[in-house]
Design a protein around this ligand. Structure first.
Ligand SMILES: Nc1ncnc2c1ncn2[C@@H]1O[C@H](COP(=O)(O)OP(=O)(O)OP(=O)(O)O)[C@@H](O)[C@H]1O
Ligand SMILES: [Mg+2]
Length: 255
């Protein structure tokens, strides 16, 4: 067994989230990143939000059925938070603790954008819920896939089989521009965690841009590619690389 393999076995997993608007290519790219990491010998778990675990899926049904709507947007936000807590507790945290890299299709930034920036929920409430639920399991890296709103809408229309952007989507252009801006604002506020990926390229080029970022931020070191917090890593852990494996008991009081 090589030193590199031993290091990988001992190193904790890394948590990567993919964010961005509809049809930007998150699900496509997450599958390709998984394949690339596995080819490097990294154990990978892919998951998605909303949902991702049996408890969170059940909560999702409650939310999508409209049952919770009369309770108001703040209560709905708390149900979303409870779903995320279950997803973290039952799936994401155990995988990270076991050394797997977790790739999650949408996570807390989507809540900030859809419920906060575009929705009716007070951002202060969302951020305090995020602080309690996500706690120290912050993503090590968030890839924000970015594309011009009009091109993103056209891509979504093409996926459905209609060549033109339909009327509903045209009416939504303003919302898509606001959504794009909200994701970019998060990237500006948290540059150590977030990387903007130009999604207006071929599938292969987007993948290569993602891979370069993952290598640079999470795999590269002075002696070449290696997990950054392997036991012999030179630098101590810093606030920029929060250890995803630690948990705060306080999260249990959330739901
Ligand atoms: N770089 C690209 N160039 C051309 N087409 C692409 C590209 N990336 C993705 N697509 C196509 O765009 C459509 C949407 O991609 P995908 O489902 O991966 O997006 P998504 O971000 O997961 O969307 P959603 O938010 O709706 O889940 C798919 O048909 C996919 O094949
Ligand atoms: Mg998708």
């Amino acid at each position: 067994m090589s030193v590199r393999t031993v290091q990988r076995k001992l190193a904790p997993g890394r948590f990567i989230t993919l964010e961005g608007g509809e049809g930007v290519g998150k699900s496509t790219q997450i599958a390709r990143l998984k394949d690339r990491l596995e080819a490097e010998g990294v154990a990978v778990l892919t998951t998605r939000e909303p949902g991702g675990s049996p408890g969170a899926e059940a909560m999702r049904h409650v939310l999508l059925s409209g049952f919770a709507k009369p309770m108001g947007p703040a209560a709905e936000a708390m149900l979303f938070a409870a779903a995320r807590l279950d997803h973290l507790d039952t799936k994401i945290r155990p995988a990270l603790a076991a050394g797997q890299w977790v790739l999650c299709d949408r996570f807390a930034d989507s809540t900030r954008v859809y419920q906060g920036a575009l929705g009716q929920v007070d951002m202060a409430l969302l951020l305090s819920l995020e602080g309690l639920v996500v706690a120290e399991t912050r993503p090590d890296l968030t890839l924000i896939l970015d594309i011009d709103a009009q091109k993103g809408l056209a891509r979504a229309a093409a996926r459905r089989g209609s060549a033109q952007t339909d009327r509903f989507e045209a009416e939504n252009l303003t919302a898509h521009i606001a959504m794009r801006e909200a994701f970019l604002a998060i990237a500006r506020e948290e540059p150590a965690r977030c990387a903007i990926i130009d999604a207006d390229q071929t599938l292969d080029d987007v993948h290569e841009a993602i891979w370069r970022t993952v290598r640079m931020r999470l795999l590269s070191g002075p002696d070449g590619p290696r997990p950054p917090s392997a036991p012999d890593a030179a630098q101590p852990e810093t606030p920029q690389t929060p250890p995803a494996r630690r948990r705060r008991k306080v999260t249990r009081t959330m739901a």
